[in-house]
Structure formats: C-alpha cells, structure tokens
Design a binder for this molecule. Structure first.
Ligand code: AMP
Length: 479
C-alpha cells in the first residue's frame, strides 16, 4: 500500500484561489487569460500547488473537471523555468493516455496553455502511419503525448528515447486497465528514469490501479474532487416537464411562488443566460447574468450584490459558476439540463453549501429527457415531477437527437470502484421513470433490463468501444 500525504485545502481556499496565487510563469498566466480562464477548478486548485513543488500526485478526477490543465500547467511551468535543448529522439515529458482522441485533446491543451512558450509538443497515436511520428521525434521533443501501443512501437524501432523523461503523466489509469494496457504501461515505466515526477490521474481507484500507483509513485499527494452523490442526497430535487417555449414563463412562476432567498439559474449558453435575464426583467424580476463575456469587474459587482442579498436571482453558465462561493443559495434552477450528468450534481451542490439543504428545480423539455435519464442514473434517484407529465419512453426516444442513441454493446464495463455514488450509476442501468414502467427506484434495488439510452458521460468513457469500432469518440460538449 502506498503512503499518501493528503494535501488539504479548505473549501473556501479552493474556491477563492486565483490563478495568480498559484504563481505560474508569466507566459502561462497570459495564455490562461487569453483562454478566459479566471478561476482554477477544484482539481486544479488542489493539484497544481503540490505538482509545482515537484511532488508525485494521484488525482482522482474525471474528464470535465479540468484535470488536463491540472497536470499541464505545472508541467509547462517546469519547462518554462528550465528550458533545455533536448537531445535527438529524447523527450522531457511523457503523457500516456488511453485513446487517440484524448491524446489529441491533450496536445491541444498543451498548445493552448503553452502558446507563449516555444515548446515542441508531439503526438504518437495508433491508426495513422508511423513514419511521420518517427520524423517528428527525430530532433527530440519537450512533450510527447502518446497512447501506449504506439509508444511501444516507436520504442522498439528506436525512434524515441525514454531515458531523459523528467515527468510522466498517466491519464485515465482506470480506463487503461479496462483497455488492457496495464502490461504495456509497466513495461514503458520500466524504461523511464527512476528519478522523475509522476502525475497519476484516474476517475476510480480499483485495487489493480492502487497497485499500479504504488509501484509508480513516491509518497504521492492525493487529491480528489468531491464525490458527487453525497451532495445530491442533501438537496430536494424536483423536475418540471415543460415545452422549451414554456420555460421562461414557468421559471417566473416558480420564482414568484417559491420562498426564494437566493436563486441560481443555470443555462447552457451565454446567449441563453442573457435571454433569461431579459425575460425576467420584463416580468419585473431583478436579475443579472455572469458568464464568459462579462468583464471581471462586472462579474465581481454582480457577485457581491448577490452575496449581500441585494440581488436575489443570478443567471450563470457552468464555467462562470465555478468558484462562486456563496452560502445561503436557497434554490438552484436548471433552465437547461446539462449535457454531462456530473455537472448537474455540481450545479445543485451550490444550494447545499455549509451542510445546508436546498431545493433544485430542473425545467426539462422533451428533447432533454435523455439527459434527465442520465442524471437519474448517476444519482440513483428518480427526481420527483412537480409540473407537467413525464413523456412516455417512446416519445422520449423519438425526441432524442440522432447519433445520441447508442447500442448496449458500446457501454463500457466498469473496471472498479468509482468515487462514492458513481460506481452504481455507471454500471447499473436501472429502469426508472414512469415511461419505463419503473416508478421510483431507490438505492440498492436490482435494476431490470433497460433499453440502451444516451449517457453523455459514457461518451468520454467508452475507450474500449472507440477502439473496437475504430471510430472517434466525441468529447463531452459541456463547456
Ligand atoms: P478537462 O477535464 O481537462 O477535459 O477540461 C474540461 C473543459 O474545461 C475543457 O474544455 C477546458 O478547456 C475547460 N477548463 C479547464 N479548466 C478551466 C478553467 N479553470 N476555467 C475555465 N475552463 C476550464
């Protein structure tokens, strides 16, 4: 068993920590400002400081939490502070990731955050001719992002040297296990220098992954983003079934009827947020929006009014809502349902701060039913309908956008334990919702067969399927 030094930050620190306070090199800070990143996500606040100190790290986090920047930023900082000429075929940083698609996205992230640095970032993935990759590594590289199989091929053909690697990142370790890459990884790690920094990321920690981590890491700092289920349990959740066009009117009705002290209304897009502001204002409800198109000044002003209770209703997009630390949010409204079910939990968690309970009301149109299904599957609760009627399953299927209907064969087998509350959600396709004839399903109940359904998170976790069917996976569209 590995020894773990848990890096503790209290919630306030995490939420109010700015990128400036992390002390990243100026070109990186500039690139973050270019990308309009204002606040680190929780995994970034927790992982970046110890990683900057050179510590080994285990990060338990999923795609969508900002984990790529959590490892990319400290790595770029190291390279910025210590630029070296790499030798032929040598690399300074190796990032191993299970799928080609993720590998491409990670390269993109390094290029975005490292755009003001002069670095050679290279990609080595299967499914494309190897020659170009061999040539791209001939002069060496600062960063190589690779899938294990192709890296082994490059190693065997002596196109790459691993003896100068300073930092190793193992991304999505649990998915590597599912895809049968663990042997390859062990053999790659054996070729790396013993003295190096290792940053290890996994959404779950099954025993095989713990064993792998124990072999690879030295006194790692362990950081994890809050398990989602515990939050969901403290919030009273309701859903209103309504046409898209009926949403503004219904929101107004709820805001008038409910004992709203402070309400956060989530929309999927910035324009959507602005539209809701206009509609509410016409109805005489004072409100304001915070999103990526607002200046820092506007954002702070609005937040401060919301905190002081001068403004009771705040409209936000998910990214803008990150880092909002306001106690006493009595209601969260999901004007649009999020694409990624975990985002739902983060949203409703805004109302369950400091151990308080809160109310979360989701406005769900027929086309969003697959999203509602995915959320209920994650939190393992059927959300109570308080308005309208949940359309029957057949109608929901018909409304489901094409291309989102997935076959059961594409669902990923669960390799190990998810953080609390998530494991069952992934592996357990409980038949829920009146449309499925299931009524309410509660924790622990054995599910019946459930027809295949759209699970947005699954899209990011279907590495096996991506390989088996030789088709690219698409990234979650949340942000
Ligand atoms: P990841 O979990 O690394 O795949 O990141 C999810 C998405 O969040 C990506 O589209 C990132 O560009 C975005 N992102 C990551 N960190 C931040 C941040 N601090 N502020 C805004 N967006 C972010």
């Amino acid at each position: 068993m590995w020894r773990t030094a848990v890096f503790r930050l209290n919630r306030k620190n995490i939420d109010s920590m700015s990128f400036e306070s992390l002390g990243l090199a100026e070109p990186i800070a500039r690139a973050l400002a270019d990308a309009k990143y204002t606040l680190p996500t929780p995994i970034q606040s927790q992982a970046i400081p110890p990683a900057l100190q050179g510590r080994d790290l285990i990060g338990i986090a999923q795609t969508g939490t900002g984990k790529t920047a959590a490892f990319a930023l400290p790595i770029l900082n190291r390279l910025a502070l210590n630029p070296l000429r790499v030798e032929a075929k040598a690399i300074r940083v190796l990032v191993l990731t299970p799928t080609r698609e993720l590998a491409g996205q990670i390269v993109e992230s390094f290029n975005t955050y490292g755009r003001h640095l002069r670095l050679r970032v290279r990609l080595a993935i299967g499914g494309v001719p190897i020659g170009k990759q061999v040539r791209s590594l001939a002069e060496g590289a600062d960063i190589l992002v690779a899938t294990p199989g192709r890296l082994m091929d490059l190693q065997r053909s002596r196109a790459v040297r691993l003896d100068q690697v300073e930092v190793l990142v193992l991304d999505e370790a649990d998915r590597m296990l599912d895809m049968g890459f663990i042997r390859d990884i062990e053999s790659i790690v054996a070729a790396l220098p013993k003295t190096r920094q290792t940053l290890f990321f996994s959404a779950t920690m099954p025993p095989e992954i713990e064993r792998l981590a124990a072999k690879m890491l030295r006194e790692p700092v362990k950081v994890a983003v809050t398990p989602v289920a515990s939050t969901a349990e403290r919030v009273e959740q309701r859903v209103a079934h309504v046409d898209r066009g009926g949403k503004p009117g219904l929101l107004i009705e709820f805001l008038r009827k409910e004992p709203v002290d402070r309400a956060l209304v989530f929309t999927r897009t910035k324009h959507g947020a602005d539209r809701v502001v206009r509609t509410l204002e016409k109805a005489g409800i004072q409100t304001a929006a915070i999103h990526g198109n607002k200046s820092q000044g506007q954002r702070e002003r609005v937040l401060s009014e919301f905190r002081k209770g001068k403004l009771h209703v705040l409209i936000a997009t998910d990214i803008a809502a990150r880092g909002i630390d306001v106690d006493g949010v009595s209601h969260v409204f999901n004007f649009d349902l999020p694409e990624v079910p975990e985002t739902y939990v983060h949203r409703i968690g805004r109302t369950a701060r400091a151990g308080r309970d809160g109310i979360a009301i989701s406005l769900c149109s027929a086309d969003e039913l697959p999203l509602l299904d995915a959320i209920e599957k994650l939190i393992r609760v059927d959300i109570t309908t308080v308005h309208g009627e949940r359309p029957a399953k057949a109608a929901a299927k018909a409304a489901e956008p094409r291309g989102q209907q997935r076959s059961r064969g594409q669902q990923r087998s669960q390799g190990g334990q998810r953080p609390q509350g998530q494991q069952q959600a992934k592996s357990d396709n409980g038949g829920n919702g009146p449309g499925n004839g299931g009524g309410r399903r509660r924790h622990g109940e054995r599910p019946r067969y459930d027809p295949p359904r759209f699970d947005p998170l699954q899209r990011d976790r279907e590495g096996l399927a991506a390989v088996a069917f030789m088709r690219p996976t698409s990234r979650n569209g949340q942000e």
